[in-house]
Design a protein around this ligand. Structure first.
Ligand code: UDP
Length: 237
């Protein structure tokens, strides 16, 4: 499958048309951004690491969660079903961190007694503001059954990710998912990578995610190479 026209360029990926109107190619770039694009950098091999990690996790959840991903075409390219993106981002939290800690005046790190699902309106112009289900319904962004699917799929992804990372001694603090629709089906779209998740090494609390870049905690390229090695048991080549 060859890349056709560039349909869309986001902060970390490009979306290309293919000869098949129902399929697109996602190309993973090395660009990292934070604070809605205010902070930017090139992170060597980030695209390669995230492309393989996302393919791996999307395959892992596929048995119970429909996904847009079909196959990896090259180290930076994935063939995916074309979806209509639902403009509601779903965040799942297991521990207190980030905007949740800030808005509630809580210290980061505390374990939540059950996962918390939050919704955000996908809008760079507005900095992804929090929304609730009523707003998403009233504004026509999603149907009630779609929101229900998104919540259940997000919690299922959470269970799977917790189980996987637990085996590697890493806590899944929180992560963000995006969903799309194909006809009458809701599918997990976008990516599952450390760009959109908080992963803390158990015991040390070391960040194995994009907070290393956001908070100037070290070399993100090295951190991502290390994650790749931990997950796949080999170096990024
Ligand atoms: N997140 C993301 N994209 C965003 C905002 C958040 O991928 O535009 C992820 C982030 O990496 C974290 C989770 O969603 O794993 C929760 O983020 P939070 O709401 O705490 O916001 P932040 O502190 O990152 O601004």
């Amino acid at each position: 499958m060859e890349k056709g026209a560039l349909l869309y360029e986001g902060k970390a990926k490009q979306v290309y048309a293919t000869q098949d109107p129902e399929r697109v190619i996602l190309h993973y770039k090395d660009d990292a951004t934070a604070f809605n694009g205010v902070k930017k950098a090139q992170i060597a091999d980030k695209g390669v690491v995230n492309c393989r990690l996302s393919a791996y996790f999307l395959e892992m959840v596929r048995p119970t969660v429909p996904v847009h991903f079909e196959k990896q075409l090259s180290p930076r390219d994935q063939l995916c079903r074309k979806v209509e993106i639902i403009p509601v981002e779903v965040v799942v939290r297991n521990r207190i961190a980030g905007s949740f800690a800030k808005k509630l005046g809580l210290a980061e790190g505390g374990l939540l007694s059950r996962p918390v699902v939050e919704l955000f309106y996908k809008s760079d112009a507005l900095n992804d503001p929090p929304v609730n289900e009523d707003a998403a319904l009233a504004l026509g962004w999603a149907k009630a059954w779609e929101l229900l699917c998104m919540r259940e799929y997000a919690l299922e992804v959470n269970r799977i990710l917790i189980g996987f990372w637990d085996g590697l001694g890493v806590d899944v603090v929180d992560f963000k998912l995006e969903f799309g629709r194909i006809g009458q089906q809701v599918v997990l779209a976008d990516e599952i990578t450390p760009d959109g998740a908080r992963l803390w090494e158990r015991g040390t609390g070391r960040h194995l995610d994009k907070d290393v870049f956001r908070r100037d905690l070290g070399d993100l390229s090295e951190t991502y190479r290390e994650i790749y090695h931990r997950v796949f048991g080999e170096q990024v080549s």
